[in-house]
Design a protein around this ligand. Structure first.
Ligand code: NDP
Length: 394
């Protein structure tokens, strides 16, 4: 017997097998204020989605959008796609034919979405340097917006996005998918319930090797489009996931040091690596590293408590997160659920927030908080590692 879930998973697997990463960026550099588009990725044919769900426009049909966001709709119960926004009409139409999406916009007529009643929610999956501009335009067009991480290039931009949402009376979320991932949710539940006793320390290490020849990595190495370096792109998982485990705490100080390899020409515009420490009002520290120079891919979270510990490695991937728990009895390794469910869960979570016009689980304010913390890291690292005092609620 084929269950609905199994059917959906196999559709997703079918798609993942067929879709290649997006191709070369055309004249991407120094164009942070003007979106352009990329060539068409290939892929498998999929049926359309049913009606009576919140209707989404996907903005930016690149690697993550095509390979993760769009397939995530297959399992969504309250969300469906009605529009694509792309600088490449052929790619958009090809994907539209596969997914039953027939409304198309580009970066020039983007604001016309204000008159389109078939769009409730807009998902910004653009390079970071474009997040603020297109988020604010979508909010002013009357749409609810889920924006990819990191929220923006600066905390000031993030604040402007939060303000724009308030002015428009629309919901703004930041796509921190880990909050919807079953293993991380289980770790959070165990930590908050005291299964590790009192948390004493958290460490987080995240990184991969950046390849400037690969278009989705190329813009990440440019200040205007990337906003910042490895911390913005991959270290943010460690920062955000660590704080997810410490509800109610406050960050009181931040320190950091760059650890970019000397003479590595990939990192002329953004930092290649950074190590950081947050001091919390509870007395504990969160310590982490982020790098564009780790290989193979690193995604590791460790939570040390007074009576137990959890290690997650990998911790924040799309499909392979596990928990290693040592808290009385024999240490054990397990999975609490299918990590791939995080994509649909995030979409449906935001659809519910938009429908009721109540805050998303990971709202714009959380993205703003993380921008403030990352800017404090850069201030500390720029000053040689000196401690930057802050008072930022988790
Ligand atoms: P890609 O480069 O693969 O895709 C970005 C897309 O943005 C392009 O394909 C293009 O789409 C559009 N675009 C518009 N203007 C430009 C421009 N000047 N230069 C480059 N692209 C442009 O990047 P990713 O998909 O990897 O990342 C997109 C966003 O998703 C980022 O914010 C990133 O941080 C986030 N992300 C999140 C992940 C997560 O796990 N939450 C994982 C990976 C990425 P088109 O041709 O359709 O116009």
């Amino acid at each position: 017997m084929t269950s609905k879930k199994t059917e959906n998973l196999s559709r997703r697997e079918l798609l993942a097998a067929g879709v290649a990463a997006a191709g070369a960026v055309s004249a991407a550099s120094a164009m942070a204020q003007q979106a352009e588009g990329q060539p068409m990725p290939g892929g498998a044919n999929l049926p359309g989605l049913e009606s009576e769900k919140m209707r989404w426009a996907i903005v930016g049909l690149g690697s993550f959008g095509v390979n993760q966001v769009i397939p995530g709709f297959a399992d969504a119960q309250q969300s469906r796609m009605t529009a694509f926004v792309s600088g490449n009409p052929a790619k958009a139409q090809d994907l539209g034919a596969r997914y039953g999406v027939s409304r198309f916009y580009n970066y020039q007529n983007f604001d016309d979405m204000a008159r389109d009643e078939e769009i409730d929610c807009v998902y910004i999956v653009l390079p970071v340097g474009l997040h603020a501009e297109y988020t604010i335009r979508a909010l002013r067009a009357g749409k609810h917006v889920l924006c990819e991480k990191p929220m923006a290039s600066t905390a000031a931009e993030a604040q402007a996005m939060v303000d724009a949402a308030r002015e428009a009376n629309r919901q703004l979320g930041v796509a921190y998918r880990v909050h919807f991932e079953p293993n991380n949710r289980d770790a959070q539940r165990r930590i908050v319930a005291g299964e590790l006793g009192t948390i004493r320390h958290i460490s987080a290490d995240h990184g991969f090797s950046a390849n400037p020849e690969f278009p989705p990595h190329k813009w990440r190495l440019e200040r205007l489009l990337g906003g910042g370096g490895s911390m913005y792109d991959i270290g943010i998982y460690g920062l955000n996931t660590s704080l997810m485990m410490l509800p109610g705490d406050r960050v009181t100080s931040v320190s950091a040091a760059y650890s970019t390899p000397a003479g590595d020409n990939r990192f002329n515009e953004v930092e290649g690596a950074i190590e950081y420490r947050l001091r919390m009002a509870s007395g504990i520290s969160v310590q982490g590293s982020s790098s564009y120079c780790y290989s193979p891919y690193v995604s590791r979270q460790r939570y040390f408590g007074s009576t137990g510990s959890i290690e997650m490695q990998p911790a924040t991937t799309y499909d392979n997160n596990v928990i290693q728990l040592e808290a009385g009895g024999a240490p054990r390794t397990f999975r609490s659920g299918d990590p791939m469910s995080q994509f649909a869960a995030q979409l449906d979570g935001f659809s519910r927030a938009a429908r009721s016009n109540t805050p998303h689980l990971t709202p714009g304010e959380m993205g703003l908080r993380d921008m403030q913390l990352m800017e404090a890291m850069y201030r500390s690292a720029d000053a040689g590692g000196s401690v930057v005092e802050v008072d930022i609620a988790v």
